[in-house]
Design a protein around this ligand. Structure first.
Ligand code: GAL
Length: 651
């Protein structure tokens, strides 16, 4: 009995600890966010929960903490959570509550950027496609149907967070929220309605009573009490729209996103560190890395068009969750140096003096003896030696030295001291594959996809239809099929001239099949302008089938009225240059449409289908095939010490 009683007491005590919360107050003044009455210097980093897996979250967050972050920032992705109107999904990678709790468990704060427009290289900027079909709707402006939906979703997220006591005002980790996203970049296109929309968004957000401040990024006219914040590669020259608001940087781009066919983006850590140090030198107190871990655009979540599935971003933690060095390490050192200045930074405004052309000192000095200084060389190509408080300091070009005691240099942003561990992926079976004559074929399986109409959801219509209105983005694929009769007396090709299929499309990609055979392909997108393809074709006497497979490759996520950009083959579609000189316009004929591919119906994209076949030779000459492979990777680690310039390879 005693034993049972003891266990009971222990369990109830643990329960009490787990549920006890110590509510914080979060406010702001002209210097900083103020948490429980104390101004704070905060280093933040973006990790978007659906761009990694829940299994990865604790490790990513721990690595962020080890790197010196105080805050994790994430957007909330409306189209993930409400794919069908009023049907919500918060499971697996979409488990926002679990993500926020995981951050809290690591002892970090959260900045929840609800949006719900997010941009973020996310499909359709985060809006669910069903919004587009609401009668009378106009996105991101003073429009009743839009505002109603935006409010319902925003309130839903705020309520979820409140129910779980996740706001700092309730003892949780969320110290900040964002409404809208960079609307100020494009608001002029929406005329005077933009102003009333942003006023409405501010008061709607405030009325949700989260108990913590709201921000609007890139919104110079953000109404009080919204804090307007800066996004960019450099934000040191930014000033908020009121002397009562702190200088905050919500997106410091650590690299950039990858586009299909584009170069892998790269931003040197020396430049990031310089930008961050300049920001704190000139009065900033909150800075967020976009991205700290970029991750992966799983499934069909990528925006676009043509944004790649990798969202690595050249971030300090790479796509796979491994530290990217020396980026992560140098920024960690930078954060340490900045934190050594915190007492002086929060106590006062900087006194800025010139030390020469493009050479600048900032001093934060308190009455109680703290003093921190930042010495900057803003020249791009010449080092400098400066005199500061009776001492001489060498400043490499484009660098800042941080002196937490106004005397000794804790760090210069251009000098990397941290040891770098550089991981590389290697396929485990690489050796076997190289040894075998057929290269990487082992392990592949496949399924044939029929050309043209094969599903019973097909329908016919006179004329050419815009794609997104037809697919409602349920699939990237839309077949446009037609059968046309070439009369026996039509002397095409007989004089040697080439018949051409002329197709005009809004994008994004196209494959043209004539009589079941691939005739040509094209890609392109230029807003609402047409992409034109002239595809040489060979026709036969009698019946010819023309099957055009049109693809979307991530829906537009940025720009004024981006939601109105269409896709697909809106025509004209013509056969040109038939030998007798005629052009046949096929645009207004009766086309047959099929949304999606057979393989999607079979569940092939998720990999789980019994239809996959494998064998020793890959199929050839079949125009459309689904391929799948599973591979194991090992990590090859390179250790590089930048001071000693040597490399060691460990396996
Ligand atoms: C910003 C935007 C982010 C992201 C970024 C580029 O303008 O706010 O959501 O799109 O650009 O990666």
């Amino acid at each position: 009995m005693r034993g049972v009683g003891f266990v009971f007491v222990l369990v109830s005590l643990l329960g009490a600890i787990a549920t006890t919360s110590f509510a914080s107050t979060v406010t702001y003044d002209h210097r900083a966010l103020v948490i429980d009455g104390k101004r704070r210097v905060l280093i933040s980093g973006s990790i978007h929960y659906p761009r990694s897996t829940p299994d990865m979250w604790p490790d990513l967050i721990q690595k962020s903490k080890d790197g010196g972050l105080d805050v994790i920032e994430t957007y909330v992705f409306w189209n993930l959570h409400e794919p069908v109107r009023r049907q919500y999904d918060f499971k697996g990678r979409n488990d926002l509550v679990k993500f926020v709790k995981t951050v809290a468990e690591a002892g970090l704060y959260v900045h929840l950027r609800i949006g719900p427009y997010v941009c973020a290289e996310w499909n359709y900027g985060g809006f669910p496609l069903w919004l587009h079909f609401i009668p009378g709707i106009q996105f991101r402006t003073d429009n009743g149907p839009f505002k109603e939906e935006m409010q319902i979703f925003t309130a839903k997220i705020v309520d979820m967070m409140k129910k779980e006591n996740l706001y700092a005002s309730q003892g949780g980790p969320i110290i900040l929220s964002q409404i809208e996203n960079e609307y100020g970049n494009i608001d002029s296109a929406y005329g005077s309605a933009a102003k009333s929309y942003i006023q409405w968004a501010a008061s709607m957000a405030t009325s949700l009573d989260t108990g913590v401040p709201w921000v609007m990024c890139q919104q110079a006219d953000a109404p009080d009490p919204m804090i307007n914040t800066c996004n960019g590669f450099y934000c040191d020259q930014f000033t908020p729209n009121s002397v009562k608001k702190p200088k905050m940087w919500t997106e410091n781009w650590t690299g950039w996103f990858l586009s299909f066919g584009g170069a892998a983006p790269y931003r040197p850590v020396e430049d990031i560190a310089f930008a961050v140090a300049r920001f704190f030198q000139l009065g900033g107190t909150f800075q967020n890395y976009y991205m700290y871990h970029g991750g992966t655009n799983f499934g069909r979540t990528t925006g676009g068009p043509f944004i790649a599935t990798s969202y690595d971003y050249d971030a300090p933690i790479d796509e796979y969750g491994l530290l990217r060095q020396p980026k992560w390490g140098h920024l960690k050192d930078l954060h340490k140096a900045i934190k050594l200045c915190e007492a002086a930074l929060i106590a006062t405004d900087p006194t800025i003096t010139s030390l020469g052309t493009n050479l600048e000192a900032s001093v934060y000095k308190t009455g109680t003896g703290s003093c921190a200084a930042f010495l900057a060389n803003v020249r791009t190509n010449s080092d400098a030696t400066v005199n500061f408080s009776g001492n001489s300091y060498h400043l490499p070009a484009w660098s800042v030295s941080i002196l937490p005691d106004c005397k000794n240099v804790a760090l210069n942003t251009a000098q990397i001291n941290s040891m770098a561990v550089m991981p590389r992926f290697m396929q485990q079976s690489l050796k076997n594959d190289i040894d075998s004559s057929d290269g990487f074929q082992s392990g592949w399986s496949w399924v044939d996809e029929p050309v043209g109409i094969s599903k019973n959801n097909a329908f016919t219509k006179l004329g050419l239809l815009e794609q997104i209105n037809v697919t409602a983005d349920k699939s990237d694929y839309l077949w446009y099929s037609l059968s046309t009769e070439i009369q026996g007396d039509e002397p095409f090709l007989e004089d040697g001239s080439q018949t051409v299929l002329h197709v005009e499309s809004l994008g994004h990609a196209l494959h043209a099949f004539i009589n079941g055979k691939l005739a040509g392909s094209g890609t392109g997108n230029s807003g609402n302008a047409k992409v034109t393809e002239d595809i040489p074709v060979t026709l036969i006497h009698g019946k010819n089938t023309i099957d055009l497979l049109s693809l979307t490759v991530g829906l537009q996520n940025y720009g004024a009225f981006y939601d109105k950009q269409g896709a697909g083959i809106t025509g004209p579609v013509k056969l040109k240059g038939l030998a007798n000189g005629t052009t046949v316009d096929l645009s207004s004929q009766q086309w047959t449409y099929q949304v999606g591919l057979q393989g999607e119906e079979l569940g092939l994209p998720s990999g789980s289908s019994s239809k996959w076949v494998s064998g020793s030779t890959l199929p050839k000459k079949q125009p459309l095939i689904w391929y799948k492979v599973e591979a194991n990777f090992t990590i090859l680690i390179l250790i590089m010490n930048y001071l000693l310039h040597y490399k060691v390879i460990i396996r």
